[in-house]
Write a protein of this length. Structure first.
Length: 95
């Protein structure tokens, strides 16, 4: 079996909420290897920025608190404006 997922995520915009640490971090790394356009969304903006910089390519960071609906709305609007669409939104945030 190939180490890649046959390009399923390639060039797809994938938002990972809670992406700056733990399972979210691991998922962001896997998605970057799959050539996805990874948006690391986390309450910890600094951690999200550091990971996005490490991933390189089209990875970006966004601060979001999923307990505050306005920040989630801003995340969605910003991602759609910047990426054209959100193909996958994955929640790994521990609340």
């Amino acid at each position: 079996m190939s180490e890649r997922l046959l390009g399923f995520f390639e060039d797809k915009a994938v938002v990972v909420v809670g992406g700056a640490s733990g399972m979210g971090d691991a998922l962001c790394r896997l998605l970057a290897k799959e050539r996805a356009r990874v948006i690391v969304a986390d309450l910890n903006l600094r951690g999200a920025q550091e990971l996005a910089q490490e991933l390189g390519g089209s990875a970006s960071a966004f601060e979001v608190n999923i307990c505050i609906p306005e920040t989630v709305d801003e995340l969605i609007k910003s991602c759609v404006a910047g990426q054209g669409a959100i193909h996958f939104l994955i929640n790994c945030a521990g609340i």
